[in-house]
Design a protein around this ligand. Sequence first.
Ligand SMILES: [Zn+2]
Ligand SMILES: [Zn+2]
Length: 129
Amino acid sequence: MTDEIQVNGECHCSKIEIEATVKLSEVRACHCTDCQQMSGAPLRAIAVAPANKIKIKGIPKEYIKIADSGNKRIQAFCPECGSQLFATDMKKTLYNLRTGFLEQKNELKPKTHVFTQSSMSWIKNKLFT
Ligand SMILES: [Zn+2]
Ligand SMILES: [Zn+2]
């Protein structure tokens, strides 16, 4: 079985469409407080695609998040419906696609969970015990 799969999806209003090739072994869920706040959800799952394996139709709005360390990351979302699409570095070399808008989301099971110190207690109890 190959580790790479083709994924595709669109934002809620269909203004932005994205296709990419991602590695199943690199799907992860982030429980950090930035992800919680920006997604409006208790955690955020991502699948990683290099720049040469992603096609974006439409122009996402970009918000630059500055971490406490000073590190900057682009957070992209649909300017119309606000669906979160991906995060990437300032040079746009690697894209972290939000799995929630991808049609293959059921296959994109997180292999790792990061920043679990800030995960909800009811998620911790379910996932890590
Ligand atoms: Zn939209
Ligand atoms: Zn996070």
